[in-house]
Ligand binder design. Structure first.
Ligand code: ADP
Ligand code: MG
Length: 256
């Protein structure tokens, strides 16, 4: 049965999508069966997995509205080695449409349960908000991976996310926990980043992943080729770090 993880942080530009697609590709490289679900209407994780969102007939939008199953809507990314449940522009409308519907927070969860046997990992790329879409992700997940930059305001934004996760845990999804904080875009030459990283470890202890993702231009270049860094250039130090992170996650789920 698949373990399901949301990659979430309500800030934009913190590395959620980069983490989702590179972790997916890293897990595929080490032999895991992976489904990547793009819950962000921007569709960056879809495009960044070699899947053209403009040509998709069915997306996660249809799954949320229950007009298609994941088995019908998923596509295989041959280049990346994992399956993709893509996103499209329409998804931004789902937010409003879902409000009036029954079981509105649990639709993604139900859909994933139907394909859970097919995968070891399901990774969900969340939009930069704590919206109904993110809520569907959190209700479906066993755990949350929180990418963060080691900057001065990083901890501030974390409080809202932690509170939301606590509420979802209490009311909607008893399985949910923060699996870990992932330090991304890390530059060890910047003293402040070292300090914030030390603070994170002091406050959150084993909730901070051992792997640190460095700032690496190859990771930023890869999306323009429609690929995760791990597929675009496996030798880049950012790609090596994401494969290490995949191995850390494989070990981590053994204790879940
Ligand atoms: P989010 O999904 O949280 O909005 P993205 O993953 O899209 O964030 O990342 C924001 C920007 O930072 C993108 O341009 C991405 O290519 C770049 N980026 C992400 N991680 C790294 C990294 N480790 N090194 C360099 N650039 C990165
Ligand atoms: Mg994103």
């Amino acid at each position: 049965m698949a373990k399901v993880f949301c990659v979430a942080n309500q800030k934009g530009g913190v590395g959620k999508t980069t983490t989702t697609v590179n972790l997916a590709a890293g897990l595929a490289k080490v032999g895991q069966r992976v489904l990547m679900i793009d819950l962000d209407p921007q569709g960056n994780a879809t495009m960044g997995s070699g899947v053209d969102k403009r040509t998709l007939e069915l997306t996660v939008y249809d799954v949320l509205l229950e007009s298609a199953s994941i088995a019908e809507a998923r596509v295989k990314s041959e280049k990346c080695g994992y399956d993709v449940l893509g996103s499209s522009r329409e998804l931004s409308g789902a937010e409003v449409e879902l409000v009036a519907m029954e079981r509105r927070e649990k639709r993604l969860r139900a859909a994933i349960e139907a394909v859970a046997q097919d995968y070891d990992f399901v990774l969900i790329d969340c939009p930069p908000s704590l919206s109904m879409l993110t809520l569907n992700g959190l209700c479906a997940a066993n755990g949350v991976i929180v990418p963060m930059q080691c900057e001065y305001f990083a901890l501030e934004g974390l409080t809202d996310l932690v509170n939301t996760i606590k509420q979802v845990h209490a009311n909607l999804n008893k399985d949910l926990q923060i699996i870990g904080l992932l330090r991304v875009m890390f530059d060890p030459r910047i003293t402040l980043q070292q300090q914030v990283s030390d603070q994170l470890k002091a406050h959150f202890a084993d909730k901070v992943f051992n792997t640190v993702i460095p700032r690496n231009v190859r990771l930023a270049e890869a999306p323009s080729y429609g690929l995760p860094g791990v597929v675009f250039d496996l030798s880049a130090k950012g790609s090596v770090a994401y494969v290490d992170f995949a191995e850390e996650m494989v070990l981590r789920i053994k204790t879940m």
